[in-house]
Write a protein that binds this ligand. Sequence first.
Ligand SMILES: NC(=O)c1ccc[n+]([C@@H]2O[C@H](COP(=O)([O-])OP(=O)(O)OC[C@H]3O[C@@H](n4cnc5c(N)ncnc54)[C@H](O)[C@@H]3O)[C@@H](O)[C@H]2O)c1
Length: 379
Amino acid sequence: MTKPLNVGMIGYGFMGRTHSNAYRKAPNFFDLPYKPVLKTICGLEEKEAKAFADRWGYESYVTDWRKVIDDKSIDVVDICVPNNYHAEIAIAAAEAGKMIICEKPLARTAAEAEPMVQAVEKAGVANLVSFNYRRVPAVTLAKKLIDEGRLGKIFHYRANFLQDWTISSQVPQGGMATWRLDVKAAGSGVTGDLLAHCIDTAMWHNGPISAVCGMTETFVKQRMHAETGKVEPVGIDDACTFFCRFDNGSLGNFESTRYARGHKALYTFEINGENASIAWDLHDLHRLSYFDHRDDSIVRGWRSVHVTDGDMPYMGKWWVPGLQIGYEHSFVHQVADFLENAAKGQPTSPTFREALATQKVCDAVLASAKAGKWETIKY
Ligand SMILES: NC(=O)c1ccc[n+]([C@@H]2O[C@H](COP(=O)([O-])OP(=O)(O)OC[C@H]3O[C@@H](n4cnc5c(N)ncnc54)[C@H](O)[C@@H]3O)[C@@H](O)[C@H]2O)c1
């Protein structure tokens, strides 16, 4: 039987929209044990919160997140606010016994994330961190191919996440649209914002990372702060490149920047194994490139697999073979998996504990860049 599940969404920005859309769509396409009810939206500006509630069909709106936590009718708290608020909200939500979906990165640092993990585990509440790219069908298919052993021993994992939106020194730091450039709100720059995605996917595909050696740069050293109006030093990393070793003996090579002119959100990865290789590109997210050395030499080459058949991950729930889906659907899959598992009392990956591991890698990358030496990671 389908039970109503009351959702309290905190944040009505970019992620507030993707998550609200996911709660609305998921029960139309997946057979879920719960019917999400958009109960309350919370954001800083009352006028905007009201407009969001009207547009998306929330029953009520508030401007203080504590009201969402105190509301006994709310079953799941969904955290879509800047990183500096994740810990306080998540710990309060866990103590109130709510299920929690929290946007990535889990927190600004591993030290800030640890008590979040303890709080959800102590309360025994369902928890998930929104590393949504795992649930792009082609990325999920890559995991299946690796787990089936098709690649054989893996030698290399390389990933990039390239953007170009902060090249101008006129872009301010802090405030509503540009909190990502303010180290106090974001915790770090591209490492926590973009490489965290690559690291999460990489460790899911290829196992734990044991040691890292990183290099960061802040190209624009001072920016006007949108809240104070003063020109202040920039504390985030604008670009980060790191090498790593995985526990399975493979080598990793990761790069992220917001200074790659011409690239808006170019997340790519390539994995090379002894028998086969896989490559993926967010700009062409419904395709998976696959090369298998065991093919006859006269037809051997890179295949571009159109990930739309019903036997491919998640695709049986959508349209018909040949018709692709896109970015928003990764969030629909996330909600569907979370609700299905929560009803069975099972965890959904990546949990807060798994996201803490990603946080530890991010911290180690930044520490390595600062110290100019390799850092090993203790989980
Ligand atoms: N999974 C992904 O691919 C992905 C993509 C973008 C952002 N994110 C993450 O999602 C989170 C939100 O990012 P965004 O791009 O949606 O930000 P945004 O700036 O678009 O929206 C932030 C929202 O938070 C609200 N807010 C800020 N402080 C608040 C407070 N104290 N109480 C209540 N509401 C508050 C604002 O009103 C706004 O609605 C961040 O942690 C970010 O890293 C994840």
